[in-house]
Design a protein around this ligand. Structure first.
Ligand SMILES: [Zn+2]
Length: 85
């Protein structure tokens, strides 16, 4: 038996490398995971953000979310952020 890394339920291991009980849990884990490493393109985007003119803290947060958490729901009321591509 293994323990699902996402929901914590016990499931029969078919391969020792399996970490999730179902493909659904694997997908959910992928969507909610907080990356501990950033891709080089994202690091560049963060540096661009440092130099960017953002209209508000919300706009900044929304741009930050787009870079490091593109799967998360956008913040509402983020407003227009220059430099979006
Ligand atoms: Zn699970």
């Amino acid at each position: 038996m293994g323990t699902c890394d996402y929901c914590g339920s016990r499931f029969p291991l078919t391969r020792s490398t399996r970490k999730y009980c179902t493909p659904r849990c694997k997908t959910n884990a992928c969507l909610t995971r907080k990356p501990s490493r950033l891709r080089a393109e994202h690091v560049r985007a963060l540096f661009d953000l440092l130099d960017a003119e953002v209209p508000s803290a919300e706009g900044f947060r929304e741009r930050l979310r787009e870079i490091i958490a593109p799967h998360r729901e956008p913040f509402s009321g983020g407003g227009y952020v220059p430099g979006l591509d």
